[in-house]
Design a protein around this ligand. Structure first.
Ligand code: FES
Length: 271
C-alpha cells in the first residue's frame, strides 16, 4: 500500500472549505469547549445571583474584621451597610451596588482576547477547536455591532486597573482588626490572593503589553519600555492561566465573605 493510499481522503466542499467531516482529529477535542461552557456558565449564574442578593457582602467592626466582597467594592450605593460605604457613593442608587460596578470587571473579561477565543469556540463553535470546521457558513469577524464593541477592550483595561487599586486597598484594610489591632486572618489571605491574581490577570493582558511595548520602531531608543515589555512578555504567555485563576478566585472570595457575614462560619485568626 502506498503512502497516498493509506492516508485519509479529504473531500473539499465542507464548511468553509474544510473536509465534509467536521474534523479529522481523533483526540478528545470536545472536552476543552465543554469545560469552558461549564465554568463560564457557573460563574455567570453565581455572579448574577450574588449581585442581586445585596446582603452579606461586608464583615465589619462588630466582629473585629474589615472584609468586603470584591463583587461589592467599591460600595457605591446609598444604602450600603455601615462601614462598607465608599466615599463617592451614588446616594440615589438604592439597588445592589454590585449591579453598578460589575459592568466594568465583566466588560473587561467579556472583551478579553483570551476569553473571546474561549467563548467563541465553546458557545458558538466558531470554530470549536483547532482543525475543526466552523459551525457557521459565514463569518463577519468583529466588524459589525455587537462584536465591534470588543474593540473597547483597552478602555475596560483602564477601568480594571482602577478596580485593582481599590481591591488592593481592601486587601490592606483586611489586615485591620477593629478593636484588636492588626493581624492576619483567613479573610486577609483570601483578599490578598484575590488582589494579586487580579493584578496578574491585568498586567498579563495583551492590551497592557501592547501599551507598554507596542508601536515602538526601535527598542534601542526606549530602554525603559523595553525592560517593561521584557518583564510583561512571560506573564503574557501565562494570561490564560491568570484568566481562569482570577475568575474562580474572585467567586471564592465572594463566597468566603458571604459565609462569614451571614454567620455560617467565623473568620479564623492566623496571628
Ligand atoms: S487580553 Fe485578556 S484581559 Fe486583556
Amino acid at each position: 500500500m502506498t503512502a497516498l493510499e493509506s492516508s485519509t481522503k479529504v473531500q473539499l466542499g465542507g464548511t468553509k472549505g474544510g473536509p465534509e467531516k467536521p474534523t479529522l482529529r481523533q483526540d478528545r477535542w470536545k472536552v476543552q469547549p465543554l469545560v469552558t461552557v461549564a465554568v463560564l456558565t457557573a460563574f455567570v449564574l453565581y455572579s448574577t445571583w450574588a449581585a442581586f442578593q445585596n446582603k452579606y457582602y461586608f464583615v465589619g467592626a462588630n466582629v473585629h474584621r474589615d472584609l468586603i466582597s470584591p463583587f461589592y467594592s467599591p460600595c457605591v450605593a446609598g444604602d450600603c451597610v455601615p462601614g462598607a460605604k465608599f466615599a463617592f457613593a451614588v446616594n440615589r442608587w438604592t439597588l445592589s451596588p454590585a449591579l453598578l460596578i460589575l459592568i466594568f470587571p465583566l466588560g473587561f473579561r467579556l472583551t478579553c482576547y483570551y476569553y473571546r477565543r474561549s467563548y467563541y469556540r465553546a458557545f458558538w463553535w466558531s470554530p470549536p477547536g483547532c482543525a475543526v470546521a466552523d459551525a457557521h457558513g459565514s463569518y463577519s469577524g468583529e466588524t459589525r455591532f455587537p462584536l465591534i464593541m470588543q474593540n473597547a477592550h483597552r478602555y475596560f483595561f483602564y477601568a480594571g486597573l482602577v478596580f485593582n487599586v481599590l481591591l488592593t486597598y481592601d486587601a490592606i484594610l483586611a489586615f485591620q482588626q477593629p478593636g484588636l489591632g492588626w493581624g492576619v486572618t483567613v479573610g486577609t489571605v483570601v483578599l490578598v490572593v484575590n488582589a494579586a491574581l487580579l493584578w496578574l490577570y491585568s498586567v498579563s493582558c495583551h492590551a497592557c503589553r501592547h501599551l507598554c511595548g507596542g508601536q515602538v520602531k526601535s527598542f534601542k531608543a526606549h530602554p525603559l519600555r523595553y525592560r517593561i515589555w521584557k518583564f510583561l512578555t512571560p506573564l503574557n504567555a501565562k494570561h490564560m492561566n491568570f484568566a481562569w485563576a482570577s475568575l474562580v478566585f474572585v467567586a471564592v472570595a465572594d463566597v468566603y465573605v458571604r459565609l462569614v457575614a451571614s454567620g455560617a462560619i467565623s473568620d479564623y485568626k492566623l496571628f
